[in-house]
Design a protein around this ligand. Structure first.
Ligand code: NAD
Ligand code: UDP
Length: 320
């Protein structure tokens, strides 16, 4: 199997590269490093079946030789990142997806799109099932990401229906784990960085909004299963264990009892979804998949990574 992963130097993409190499694939990672880093690929440096290609997939992509799978993961994903790069986000979701689909079509490869729970916007249906069409503000700050991904889904289905490309769409719900960027603005790295530096945890709004956090290894397992099925409709992948942001802050504080951090409240960003939890019935049925790593375990593993990233063993060391 020869597999192209766009966005492979990012958080999820780098775990996927490692998993597919372990499964025996030849992997070509295509990334322009806008939010990713070659450091995420350090473990693959000496791997002869791995190639890194620095390229912006919003520009056409031509590769020599056969390709069996194209996994399109390139896109800023953190709200802070896509607010900083709204136009590259719209381009990679639209032009980038078109180019990645064109590559899959030319090579008669399978194609898998990394879509998102953001296609449901600020949902009026809870939990979110794949047949819910969503509640998205196209002209709000999150519109650049949400609408790019909705377009990406639409063009993926068009290539499937019109060109017969074997496509898959995964709607990823909040996923976390090692290699998230400490300063990417997402809630988990934000809180972990803060607790390790004895800074206050910045809870937006009253912290009553909910999310459901999936550990990255569980997500990667679901993606690999989906790739190998013959199922073109979107599939939610995420952990249905739902928690408020305030509860998450408290759980993270409890993980580091020696921390001097407190909780402070900040303005809630515009259009911040109020509730989010995946209905994973389809993934259970089609893939026989469900998450295995609970939040307590996943948070411990992730904290161990962030302790290294902050460069400290304990919060006291962080201050010295
Ligand atoms: P990330 O920012 O760590 O990774 C994205 C990668 O894409 C980065 O390496 C970046 O440099 C690369 N990239 C962006 N634009 C590019 C372009 N034009 N050309 C080439 N490379 C480009 O984010 P992540 O969390 O790993 O997300 C990966 C994918 O999964 C994204 O498509 C995202 O929308 C999707 N997703 C992630 C989550 C999550 O919770 N992590 C949730 C929903 C969807
Ligand atoms: N959030 C927060 N404090 C932070 C960062 C985020 O309270 O320092 C909240 C944010 O308002 C949202 C939730 O945490 O309600 C998840 O935000 P994130 O940026 O991780 O991703 P989202 O799920 O909104 O895409």
């Amino acid at each position: 199997m020869r597999t192209v992963i766009t966005g492979g130097a990012g958080f999820v993409g780098s775990h996927l590269c490692e998993r597919l190499i372990a499964d025996g694939h030849e992997v070509i990672c295509v990334d322009n490093l806008i939010t990713g880093s070659e450091r995420n690929l350090a473990g693959l440096e000496r791997e002869p079946r791995f190639t890194f290609l620095r390229h912006d997939v919003s520009e056409p992509l031509f590769l020599e030789g056969p390709v069996d799978n194209v996994l399109h993961f390139a896109s800023p994903a953190s709200p802070a990142d896509y607010l900083a790069y709204p136009i590259p986000t719209l381009k990679v979701g639209s032009l980038g997806t078109h180019n990645a689909l064109g590559l899959a079509k030319a090579k008669e490869a399978r194609f898998l799109l990394a879509s998102t729970s953001e296609v449901y916007g600020d949902p009026e249906v809870h939990p979110q099932r794949e047949d819910y069409w969503g509640h998205v503000n196209p002209v709000g700050p999150r519109g650049c990401y949400d609408e790019a991904k909705r377009f990406a889904e639409a063009i993926t289905m068009a290539y499937h229906r019109y060109h017969g490309v074997r496509t898959r769409i995964v709607r990823i719900f909040n996923t976390y784990g090692p290699r998230m960027r400490l300063n990417d603005g997402r809630v988990l790295p934000a809180f972990m960085g803060q607790v390790l530096r004895n800074e206050p945890l910045t809870v937006y709004g009253q912290g009553q909004q909910t999310r459901s956090f999936c550990y990255v290894d569980d997500l990667v397992e679901g993606i690999v299963r989906l790739l190998m099925t013959d199922y073109a409709e979107p599939v939610n992948l995420g952990n249905p264990s739902e928690i408020t942001v305030l509860e998450l802050a408290r759980e993270i504080l409890e993980l580091v009892p020696e921390s001097k951090s407190t909780i402070v409240f900040r303005d809630l960003p515009q259009d911040d979804p109020k509730r989010r939890r995946p209905d994973i019935s389809r993934a259970r049925q089609v893939l026989g998949w469900e998450p295995k790593i609970d939040r307590a375990d996943g948070l411990r593993r992730t904290l161990a990574y962030f302790r290294q990233a902050v460069g400290v063993g304990t919060p006291d060391a962080a201050r010295s």
